[in-house]
Design a binder for this molecule. Sequence first.
Ligand SMILES: Nc1ncnc2c1ncn2[C@@H]1O[C@H](COP(=O)(O)OP(=O)(O)OP(=O)(O)O)[C@@H](O)[C@H]1O
Length: 583
Amino acid sequence: MSSQEPTNTRNFNVDLRGIVDLLSRHLYSSPRVYVRELLQNAVDALTARGAGTSASAPVRFETGGGELRVHDAGIGLTEPQVHELLATIGNSSKRDELGLARHDFLGQFGIGLLSCFLVADEIEVVTRSAAEAGAPAVVWRGHADGHYTVEPGERDEPGTTVVLRARRDFEHWLEASTVRELVRHYGAMLPHDVRVDGERVTDATPPWERGREELLGYGTRLLGAVPFDAIELSVPEAGLRGTAFVLPFESNPSERAAHRVYLKRMLLGDRVESVLPEWAFFVRCVLDAGELRPTASREQLYDDELLAVTRERLGDALRAWLVGLAATDPERMREFLAVHYRGVMALAVHDVEMLRIVDDQVPFETSEGRLTLGELRARHRAIRYTPRVEEFRQLSGIAAAQGIALVNGGYTYHIEILHRLRRLDPGLDVRRLEASELATRLDPVGPGVEFAARDFLDTARRTLAGRGCEPLLRSFSPAALPVLYLEGAPGGHGAGEDVDGVWAEFIETGEKAERDGPRLVFNHRNPIVARLTSTANDRVVELSVEAMYGYAMLTGNRPLRPDDVAGVNRAFLGLVEHAVREG
Ligand SMILES: Nc1ncnc2c1ncn2[C@@H]1O[C@H](COP(=O)(O)OP(=O)(O)OP(=O)(O)O)[C@@H](O)[C@H]1O
């Protein structure tokens, strides 16, 4: 092989049509981006010129006659620059010697102007440099087929005018209303006076620099409803300022929230996802960042280290808001939780701060009533749960009577959250309830006792008829517990169908009959109950059964219906009267 340089070195040729086709099909989501690119070039030209221009309206879009003319009072270009920058694809004056984007500019890739070929076959640029005193004006005409011309032009002031004539069937992209809407969409927050057909479309004060009322007004237009709150955002490393509007309605936590992001006050997009952590489902943000970088399509953010840091900082701000709300305004916090309950629960599974909030604020269904996990932990070092709602209903009364802290784990995320509690409280014992832990066997009382108690059971049956439950006499531990209220087995009546879990193991120790409707189970091992079963006084039995029914409902944390309350009152007064009379 020869070590000599090859002598037949050639330059690449560029098929411009192919490139424009590539941009339009794969890079840009719509021809509308041509307005953004023109606006961006005009603003960058102003930035490059610095304080040099005194033009009152330095960027002007003019429509009419099937044309669009964009004037800027920016830096302009000399003829050599026209060849070098306008006619060289991928070349940009907005990168430094190392090829890195220069800080102050919006553009960097050197392809933006090509987007005009999405709507026009020819781009005309009339430009005069402000950097070179007395430089003549130049007219550059680029054609979609890949050739261009340069000739002397007419222009009094330094700056640039770009002229587009619509390609057939693309006329609507250059119409006044379309252009006005697009310039406003992308540029409303730019710190320059930008006009379309004489009308100013920029409003230089970003929402977060306005008063609270105006800010909430902006949020209301953005969300279509008055925001629950507005959280100030600031990440100095990313040159970021903005606002997170807390949604006043529930959002789907599995759908990533999309945010309105501006880069150097120019809209990047309305549906930018990656700027906030995945869990920030409950806010929509509007923000501007000077240091974050766009992807080449300029519709999403480039995923680099700075974006990762930004995401983390914004997450911290949202978390701090939640923690602050919980600490300073529990009533508002409850309102927030009522709207975003599912999302907060989902988040608590992954995030310790959220877990803390759930532990502290969210009531769970427990054998001791509705309590937060924090409250339950303060009372018990061991927590048990049932994985199904029905099982909880069956067993919570028994657990309550035995001092076992039982939580209904039958709702979404509850079990995961219960297990995660050890993150907050490493010594906590959290497990699924085992049947053996209930230590309650409903032993039959034997034929002698059963026989002796038949009058008692008859009276009890009559008394309980209106309550929809049947009496049952059994012997069980602890003896101190006189009665238990047991619901019917889950999964309907009849032997053996759909019964599983702890409840099944539990009733296996009893009799088949216990699988049917609700039962009030009297404990013959309890001395009061034992005496009651042999009491001849019907009235006393009636009152006692009524009272014990109320007692069983209360110890099982079951809601008392008005009928039940009346029964308990009647029983109480009746028993007092009886005691007084006997005394
Ligand atoms: N209105 C203008 N005034 C002065 N120079 C301009 C103007 N428009 C374009 N240019 C020059 O042409 C170059 C190429 O422009 P183009 O829009 O293709 O890419 P860019 O703005 O550099 O980068 P990007 O592709 O990220 O937009 C620019 O870097 C700039 O030097």
